[in-house]
Design a protein around this ligand. Structure first.
Ligand code: NAP
Length: 438
């Protein structure tokens, strides 16, 4: 049995308190698995109170001093925002400590700098919990698929938005009341912006794309749209088309006409056919579908958030980092050799669903379809229904157009041109369609 492995835990919130609990409660098993006991040297918090369920002498608000202690081998960062986490992690790495973090916001913007520091110090930097909580997806991508070529990673990686969209689908609720429900049940934060505007999913997409394609992709490289404009009418139309609507994070390897490889990372709400595996992922659950050249399609499903599920992923990383310490080595280093360029959204082949109100008179459909054909966008399906006003008088028609695949730029130009047509009263919504390749 080796010497103790000293651990500093930064943060004692939802995740940190579960990590500390499991370290204490499973001490004997963890010792056997690692080959040395894990000993918590200190816990970094803002409020050092006696009443926090851990021995008060472990608590400190001096993060800098805690990570610098000679008897700390591994720092587990579970504080949250980019700062002060970045400063603490960099200090830890520079002093030769391995680091485990669940901080997606930080990893999506600073992974390069942190990985460099880990490389220099020859220590581990693990972040399985930063994407999809309990679901193992980072390690399968970095290790299990290390010999394969990943083509696509697409997933539902934000539980809050998946809960809201699932509610809208199953109850017919509009966005505002589904959000209110999610808040009341604790699935949405007081300020839900990072979730509903897709920022959280974009951070995870950046991390997934970086790993899957051996290329540095940051949050700024990710095209992003949130779910705030998705309406109950969109769900009704989606149902009629045999689809539901999901907020997807999509990372893809693309080959241009000239045979050059590029990567795409994007987040948006999309129509997904009901038979697609992601369509049945409901509530706060997450799922990630990976497609690799030799392995084919793999699906990972489970709890994407919550104290205990996230702590499971953190503990997995902590045990790996501790084992590496005991054996005197480190895990696989970051792989960014491919350096593929990130493709702009305009070149991405996709399908659109366009929902618009039009005048109810002859020639409208041909004017609308002319705008699609001018830009070589082929229409797959058109649905039209008449509308009546409060007095029961006909007042126009609602048209839903679903396209075949075309470049995103051609599709968005078409929508802009439609909005300028006299016969189009309003463009109600525009969503992409995923999970079909026609
Ligand atoms: P949380 O409940 O808000 O807890 C944050 C903890 O960090 C608190 O204990 C807080 O101290 C401490 N802290 C914050 N700023 C600090 C500072 N400047 N100095 C010292 N301590 C500080 O957060 P959480 O939900 O556990 O999330 C932690 C991390 O895990 C975040 O990066 C999050 O994105 C990630 N994550 C969370 C989940 C989840 O389901 N919660 C899932 C995946 C990833 P006080 O207690 O004294 O306020």
């Amino acid at each position: 049995m080796s010497d103790e492995i000293g651990v500093a835990v930064l943060g004692l919130g939802n995740v940190g308190s579960e990590v500390v609990r499991i370290i204490e409660e499973s001490a004997a098993d963890l010792t056997a698995r690692i080959g040395a006991p894990l000993v918590i040297r200190g816990i970094g918090v803002r409020r050092v109170d006696a009443d926090r369920g851990v021995p008060v002498e472990l608590l400190t608000d001096d993060i800098e001093a805690l990570v610098s202690r000679d008897d700390v081998d591994i720092v587990v960062e579970l504080m949250g925002p980019v700062e002060p986490a970045r400063k603490a992690i960099l200090a830890a790495l520079e002093q030769g400590k391995s680091v485990v973090t669940a901080n997606k916001a930080l990893m999506a913007v600073s992974a390069g700098k942190l990985a460099e520091a880990a490389e220099k110090a020859h220590v581990d930097l693990y972040f399985e919990a930063a994407v999809a909580g309990a679901i193992p997806v980072i390690r399968p991508l970095t290790q299990s698929l290390a010999g394969d070529t990943v083509l696509r990673v697409a997933g539902i990686v934000n539980g809050t938005t998946n809960y809201i969209l699932s509610e809208m689908d199953s109850t017919g609720a509009d966005y505002a009341s589904a959000l209110a429900d999610a808040s009341a049940l604790g699935y949405a934060e007081a300020d839900p912006t990072a979730d509903v505007e897709g920022w959280d999913a974009a951070a995870k997409a950046a991390i997934l794309a970086s790993i899957a394609f051996h290329t540095r992709v940051t949050a700024d490289d990710v095209y992003r749209e949130g779910i705030t404009k998705v309406s109950a009418a969109d769900f009704a139309s989606a149902r009629a088309l045999g689809c539901t609507i999901k907020l997807l994070a999509i990372c893809e390897r693309l080959t241009t006409g000239k045979g050059k490889q590029q990567v795409s990372a994007r987040v948006y709400p999309a129509l997904v056919p009901l038979e697609h595996p992601l369509a049945s992922v409901n509530g706060a659950f997450n799922a990630v579908v990976v497609e690799a050249e030799a392995a084919g399609r793999l699906m990972f499903y489970g709890q994407g958030a919550g104290g205990a599920p996230t702590a499971s992923a953190v503990l997995g990383d902590l045990v790996m980092a501790a084992r590496n310490r005991v054996q005197g080595g480190r895990g696989p280093r970051e792989s960014k050799y491919a350096k593929l360029p990130v493709a702009p959204i305009g070149v991405i082949p996709t399908r659109y669903y366009v929902n618009m109100n039009v005048a109810d008179r002859p020639g409208v459909l041909s004017a609308v379809s002319a705008e699609f054909s001018k830009r070589e966008v082929s229409i797959a399906e058109v649905r039209q229904e008449g509308m009546v006003d409060d007095e029961g008088q006909r007042c126009g028609a609602r048209i839903v157009v679903v396209t075949h695949q075309a470049k995103d730029a051609a599709l968005s130009e078409t929508v802009a041109a439609l909005a300028d047509l006299d016969v189009v009263q309003s463009i109600n919504s525009v969503l992409r369609m995923e999970g079909t390749s026609e």
